[in-house]
Design a protein around this ligand. Sequence first.
Ligand code: NAD
Length: 351
Amino acid sequence: MKQDILVFIGRFQPFHIGHEAVVAEALNKAEHVIILVGSSNRAPSLRNPWNFEDRYEMIKKVFPYEVNTEKLIIKPLADTLYNDEAWTSNVQRIVDETASELGFDKDHPAKIGLIGHSKDKSSYYLKLFPQWNSVDVPHEVGVFNATDIRTSYFQGAPIIPHDIVPKEISAYLKEHMMSDHFRHICAEARWAKDYKASWATAPFPPTFVTVDNIVVQSGHVLMIRRGGHPGMGQLALPGGFVDHDETLLESAIRELKEETKLADKHGPFPMGKLKGFLDGQGVFDDPKRSVRGYTLTHAFLFRLPPAKELMKVIGSDDAVEAIWVPLGSLDPRECFEDHWFIINKMLDGAM
Ligand code: NAD
């Protein structure tokens, strides 16, 4: 049965022949295909190097006629890490809005389907939409994945796998090699490779334990700008690795002190006093949250008393800068790893 609308969700980092084959099949099976480009609100990283606009351009290069005639509609889809209900409702909202833009309504509802290939555990999201028809793609096209493409591309002697990316994407990648963005992701990739190599002789893959501080005062959150890899130049929560002779809370407060030099008008803020403002804690465990490998972070929320003048901060240690950012202007696309999502979760969705 032909669908009115087929929805295809993915990261497309980059768009390869597996994705192309699914889109081609979807175009045969439906009047309209909506591609939702996932993780559109993430900062550039080795796992998500290209932003929404880049990926829109890639897909349009492969399917120019279908995009120009609106048979293929491409929209951004934000991650809402640690909140699948928010993500699901966002997908539903975007698809409903698009259906109404296409002329469907309550009296003439669209026949909607979701197309995708259940490749591994990470494809669980295909089961989150029982109200739509499920169009499975039974076979993978080729034995490869986008991670391998990124690994061989983002290196000193980049390899473009012409056999597994459409020719338009080969040309795109060739041109992209000249960009600062390419050089930046290569530097991140080199750092990650060396970091993983330094743990290669461990008997088991390591699990790292870190702490992060969410310090809020008068509608602002305290952030630092990262001075080194990974995430060089991105905004992050003050925090770091736990030392072997301290509790998690001691570690969090030590990192906060080292990276931000938090002070009031009397001088450095006494850390004992800071404990009095502790207003919550949480553990964040997305297995893919860090390029280092599995890294569990314990987050501590400190709510400082409202004040006309925010506490003084100076970036030091791993931080090139420490700044108070108004909650409403913190952009997830500038934030390291899952830090924006941690803030949002700890502040009950205030972002
Ligand atoms: P992807 O680009 O890896 O894959 C997209 C689709 O293409 C999948 O259906 C995949 O199985 C299929 N595919 C990949 N290779 C194929 C091949 N060789 N042959 C045939 N089909 C192939 O994208 P993804 O990681 O699955 O994208 C999911 C998106 O949804 C991500 O952006 C993720 O962050 C997002 N998501 C977010 C939340 C949340 O924020 N709470 C929850 C679930 C999913």
